[in-house]
Design a protein around this ligand. Sequence first.
Ligand code: PLP
Length: 401
Amino acid sequence: MNTQSPAIPARVENKLVYMDNNATTAVDPEVLEAMMPFLKEFYGNPSSMHTFGGKVAADIEQARESVASLLGADHSEIVFTSCGTESNSAAIFSSLFLCPQRRKVVISKVEHPAVHNVGKELVRRGYKVEEIPVDAKGRIDIERLDEAVNEQTALVSVMWANNETGNIYPVDKIGAIAKRVGALFHTDAVQAAGKINIALQNMPVDMLSISGHKLHAPKGVGALYIRKGTRFRPLLSGGHQERNRRAGTENVAGIVAMGKAAEIAARNMREENTRVRAMRDTLENSIVSNIPVTRINGDPDNRLPNTSNISFEFIEGEAILLLLDRLGICASSGSACTTGSLEPSHVLRAMGVPYTAAHGAIRFSLSRLNTEDEVDYVIKHLPPVISRLREISPYWKEPGN
Ligand code: PLP
C-alpha cells in the first residue's frame, strides 16, 4: 500500500481538462465564426440558380480548396460527406461494386469499427476479408499483408493512424503492395489529418477518409478523397450534388467549418505539433516515472504527437475514468465506440496486451487547445487515483512484495 499518496479531492466543480481529442475536438473559435453566417443569413441552397444560392456554392468550393490543400490533393478530388464513417463505407462499397470479379478485402486487425465492422458485414455477404495481424507494439506485419494481397483482392484498407494508440502505419508501402496486383488502396486518415503531414501527390492512395470533428470543426461533416481517374460509385442515390458523387443537400455550415479547420491545421501544424508533442511527452514521462507498473501501448517511435495510451496494470480503466471525471479530467479507455463494453479493446487484444493491462488502459489525447497547466494538473492528480484504486484491487501487489 502506498501510504505516501496525497488524497483525492472529493469532486472538483467546473473544472474541465479535456484530453480526449481522439474522440472529438472542441470547435475552434475561428471555425465557429466562419460557419455562423451559413446558419443565419446565407441559408441559400448551393444547387439553386439564383445568386443567393450561388454565393453559398462558391463558399463550398473554397472549403474544398482548403481541404484539398491540407491533403496535398486537387480540389476536384474531394467529396464532402457526413462523417468519417460514411467516407469509409462509401470507399469500401464502391470498390467492391466496381470490381465484382474480385471477392477479397484486406484490412488490419486494428481498424476503427467504421472499417472493422464493415469487414464483418462483408463476410456476411460472402466476401473474404483477411485481417492482417500486428505485433506487440501494434505495428502491422507487412510480410503477411504482402502474402495476403493477391489477384482476388479488390481493396486494401489500412488506417493511416490508429485512434487508440496513435500508431502511424506505412501507407506508402501498403499502397504499393495493393497496386502491384491492381487492387485499390483506401486509408482511414480520420486521426491523421491535421495532426501529421499528408501529401497525397506521390502516394499510392486511391481513396482516403477524414472527419471534421477530429480537427476542430463540428460533428456531422467529413470528406472522402478520390484520386483523379479512380472509378467511384456513390453510396447514396439522389440529387447531383458533389458532382454526382454524394447525393443530398450539403451541410453548408459544416463544410465551410471543415474548410476553415483544414486551413488552420495546415497553417499551424508544424509549430503546434512540437508543442503538443512536448506536452504529451511531459505527461507520459511523468506518469511512467511516478507510477509503478505502467506500460505504454503502441509504438513510441512512430506515433501521432498527441496520443498516449497507458496501461495501469491490475485496475479497471473504467474506475480510473470515473475518478478522473470527478476531477474534471476527460480521457478515454479504448475507443469511444467500445466504451460501455466489458471486453477490452480489440486493438490492444490484437497487440497481445495481457488482460490485466488491457483492462487498465487509458488514452490521453491532447490538442493544440491544451495547456501546460492542464498537463501539470493531470500529473498532480493521477497518481493518487491510481494508488487508491490499487489499494482496493484484489490483484494488485506492490513491486518487490
Ligand atoms: N476512423 C477513425 C480512425 C476514427 O477514430 C473515427 C472516430 O473515432 C472514425 C473513423 C469515425 O469518424 P466519424 O465519427 O466522423 O464517423
